[in-house]
Write a protein that binds this ligand. Structure first.
Ligand code: ADP
Ligand code: MG
Length: 696
């Protein structure tokens, strides 16, 4: 089918943006990174800032040290090389009052998009460098627009991404706004709208995208912030209500048979935190209530063995237990370590993944079909239709944030009403977890097993590159292995980011010429990924060049170096997960952040380098970057705010809480027809509402 044939004749809110005029595959890819997939999403991609005449300074008034925004025409431009090899794009802007030089280090490609005669709006700080110079924080190219109209307008500044500028995004939205707005119908109940005194959705969207004044833009924004706060209030209140309802489950008895034998057989003592958490889980499992518990524990805090104790309790009561992991490799790793720990008990776990052959699979199926105690470790193969458990008593989901809501639920649905334990290494502060996961009980492993290697974390500037590579080679000489991580898979014209695929070729011929180097990234097919990870685990590869796909739970004790390029591109929690891949054996380990970064970024990275506590780091991440970044994927099910700021929008938040109270008092499950549009929208936007309200 050609693209034209696939193009729908009439645009709908669910039309993929790719088919919109002026978009196409490349821009659609960029929009996707911003969370914009459909035409409807485009409407909700709202400006994060506005510029209008009241915020614009005259060029002559800019003084060294100040922050400012100016509009001026490009009178000259060019790319300058520097001694360090960095290329700088420079332009001189002129308005009625004067001229100023603007300088973009490391962005020579701007020469292709900014032309002489273009009108630019630039915000930044002014410094002294052979005269006044503006260092842009951001800019908008207004093209040929003349100064008069530019000044009269309120300019919407949109969140942008690599290769997709504000200007392009604004152009796309502007071009489709008139067509899309009439397609939106109100989904908040009328009395709610009236109570909060915010505009209807159609008006609000028009106001935020094409405001006639700043005040109007803010009014539109208040509606969008209000609805976000309302949705989250509804989710939280519903979660709490569900938690209060008693869910009947299996009542296990602590027989102290397998569990005691496991304790005696372990080659180590449980930490105090592990003992506490095992007690919490046992108390839950031995009650009549069905367990729904979230176990949070930093990387390496020893969650696996906790799950194993729970599994033993289920088995000594005659039940089956299943542990599901997000990748084959992780499942295999659990299988190996559990096999070793259970050997003295004469228990052999069962491994069930996609690559288990049909014949072996049939044997497993028949074993699970018998009502005998068993422990199965596997991937999502566990929840596939063909897998039937005769008496599943415990379902454990490891790295639960890596699964979609449906998969998580599917495992719990494989038995009568098995107890459920969700585990995660992406911690969120307790208070936040309690409000967001009000229906789950929470256990926290806040202590690390003793004897763990400290990981030395260092931030090294670009100028130290050669020395860093030398250092890594010294480690490799000792027989150790190393990870080298990049933020992107492929290079792009629009950024100067180093990319895994290109750097892989360079490293192979250069710094790691005599080493076995492999490349791993998210676009490889799953089985290929697993093969590569296996050969790294088995010591057949010395250096693994990768993107963040290696982030999840993998344990290669011989790897002692984690080298991260462009550290500024990662969230602190993500860096912490990456760092957790080393320091797993007896050898001293190192996490090196390589690259020259701005003072603000350095401050952030110093926080990371100075702490090895995932909870502290997550808190810092939340403070600095907000929830969206911490829980990137919609999948994680954690509601995130795009518009609202629960602290700043305190009043709106109170109104939202009142509105949620009233709505739920009237219609606790939101299943009355008049609330159907509301439910529909919540279901689309928050995975969590699928669990709490059974939407759609
Ligand atoms: P995570 O919480 O990241 O899943 P794991 O369960 O994989 O951590 O445990 C990391 C390592 O620590 C494993 O090798 C495990 O055997 C070991 N470990 C777990 N608990 C203890 C303990 N109490 N004392 C010593 N080592 C432990
Ligand atoms: Mg783990």
């Amino acid at each position: 089918m050609t693209r034209d044939a696939a193009r729908p004749t009439r645009v709908r809110l669910d039309t993929p943006v790719m088919y919109l005029k002026g978009v196409g595959p490349a821009r659609a890819e960029g929009l996707k990174r911003l969370g914009v997939v459909t035409a409807g999403d485009l409407l909700y991609h709202i400006p994060h800032r506005y510029e209008d005449a009241s915020t614009i300074s005259q060029i002559s008034s800019l003084e060294t040290g100040m922050q400012g925004t100016v509009i001026g025409r490009v009178v000259s431009k060019g790319v300058l090389p520097t001694r360090k090899g960095l290329r700088i794009f420079q332009a001189v802007l002129k308005d009625d009052t004067g001229m100023i030089e603007v300088s973009w280090p490391g962005q020579p490609y701007l020469d292709r998009t900014i032309d002489k005669g273009d009108m630019l709006l630039v915000s930044g700080s002014v410094r002294f460098f052979h005269g006044r110079q503006l260092q842009p924080r951001e800019y908008i190219n207004l093209g040929e627009e003349d100064e008069g109209t530019a000044l009269g307008r309120v300019l919407s500044v949109y969140p942008a991404t690599e290769g997709l500028s504000f200007k392009v995004i604004r152009g796309i939205i502007d071009a489709h706004l008139d067509l899309l707005l009439p397609l939106v119908t109100e989904y908040l109940p009328r009395e709610v709208l009236r109570g909060a005194a915010v505009p209807s959705i159609g008006d609000a969207l028009r106001m935020v995208h094409r405001p006639t004044s700043l005040a109007e833009a803010l009014e539109g924004r208040s509606r969008l912030a209000f609805e976000e706060l309302l949705f989250v209030q509804l989710l939280q209140q519903r979660a709490k209500a569900l938690a209060r309802e008693t869910r009947r489950g299996i009542q296990f008895t602590n027989k102290r048979e397998l569990t005691t034998r496991l304790k005696e057989a372990l080659p180590f003592q449980l930490t105090g935190a592990q003992m506490r958490v095992v007690r919490e889980i046992f108390a839950d499992m031995c009650s009549e209530r069905r367990m729904q518990r979230l176990l949070q524990g930093d990387v390496g805090s020893g969650k696996t063995v906790v799950a194993l104790f729970a599994a033993m309790l289920a088995m000594e009561n005659g039940y089956q237990a299943a542990i599901m992991a997000p990748t084959e490799l992780l499942a295999e790793q659990h299988f190996r370590s559990m096999s070793a720990m259970l050997k003295p008990l004469d228990i052999e776990p069962i491994l069930l993944t996609g690559s288990i052959k049909a014949k072996a699979r049939r044997e497993i199926a028949s074993r699970l079909g018998e009502a005998t105690p068993a422990l199965v470790v596997g991937t999502h193969a566990l929840v596939q239709q063909a897998t039937e458990f005769s008496n599943l008593g415990l379902a454990v989901v490891d790295e639960q944030h890596r699964f979609g809501v449906e998969q998580r639920k599917a495992l719990g649905a494989k038995g009568e009403s098995p107890d459920v334990l969700l585990m995660t290494a992406t911690p969120i502060p307790r208070s936040l977890a309690l409000t967001l996961y009000g229906d789950l009980d929470l256990s926290i492993l806040d202590e690390r097993p003793p004897g763990r290697q400290n990981i030395t974390t260092a931030l090294r500037p670009e100028s130290a590159r050669a020395r860093v590579m030398e250092f890594v080679n010294k480690e490799l000489d000792k027989g150790r292995q190393a990870y080298v991580v990049y933020p992107v898979i492929e290079e792009s014209e629009k950024t100067d980011l180093k990319a895994a695929t290109t750097e892989f070729e360079i490293l192979k011929e250069g710094a790691f010429k005599d080493r076995r180097v492999a490349l791993l990234h998210g676009r490889l097919p799953n089985d290929e990924k697993d093969t590569i990870m296996r050969s790294f685990r088995d010591g057949e590869v010395d250096v693994l060049v990768a993107t963040t796909v290696i982030e999840v739970g993998i344990d290669v004790a011989n790897a002692t170096v984690m080298l991260i390029e462009h550290p500024e591109r990662f969230g602190l929690s993500q860096l912490h997960q990456l760092r957790g891949r080393v320091g797993r054996g007896a050898e001293a380990s190192f996490c090196i952040l390589l690259g020259s970064v701005s003072p603000e970024v350095k401050q952030r990275l110093d926080v990371f380098a100075g702490s090895d506590d995932g909870f502290d780091i997550a808190r810092e991440d939340l403070r600095l970057r907000g929830m969206g970044d911490l829980f990137g994927e919609r999948q994680s099910g954690v509601p995130t705010f795009r518009v609202a700021d629960p602290l700043r929008d305190e009043l709106l938040n109170e109104q939202a809480r009142d509105a949620a109270d009233r709505l739920l008092a009237d219609d606790p499950q939101l299943d009355s027809p008049k609330n159907a549009p509301l439910r529909q929208v919540m279901g689309e936007r928050y995975a969590r509402s699928l669990e709490l309200f059974r939407v759609g």
